[in-house]
Design a protein. Structure first.
Length: 142
């Protein structure tokens, strides 16, 4: 199985939301605004995105399409003492063979995972208010 790259993005439209601090499992792990934005945009692109959940490492966005259910990890850290965020996104389902209990066999997730990653990149590229800082296999936030 191969891990997926991170898309490091910045935009004034993705800030700490009012009340987001109360939902956080770990202090400072923001990104709900970006997760909610992707939930809407991915639905517009034919993906089922039933839920956004706060986890200890950031925000989980569930994604369903065809035979594959996977998730997107959204990580965000506050920039200095502002409501601005440094954010990154990755498809958390690795590319490669994955056991499918419903089909009782392994399925290759590569094409669906790559397509989802490409769709996310296109969503960011098409929105003039979003800057893609970099795309990297290494976690870009420090």
């Amino acid at each position: 199985m191969t891990s997926n790259p991170f898309l490091h993005v910045r935009s004034a439209k993705f800030r700490v939301l009012p009340g987001e601090d109360v939902e956080l499992v770990n202090e400072g792990m923001y990104g709900k605004s970006l997760a909610l934005y992707l939930q809407v945009k991915l639905a517009e692109n034919g993906y089922k995105t039933p839920c956004v959940v706060c986890e200890d490492w950031g925000w989980w966005l569930e994604v369903k399409r065809l035979d594959l259910t996977c998730g997107i990890g959204v990580y965000g850290m506050q920039i200095d003492d502002t409501d601005d965020l440094d954010l990154c996104v990755t498809v958390l389902t690795p590319k490669g063979k994955k056991w499918n209990w419903a089909k009782l066999r392994s399925i290759d997730t590569s094409s669906e995972v790559e397509k989802l990653h490409d769709t996310i990149r296109s969503i960011f590229t098409d929105d003039l208010d979003i800057t893609i800082v970099c795309e990297s296999l290494d976690f870009p936030l420090e």
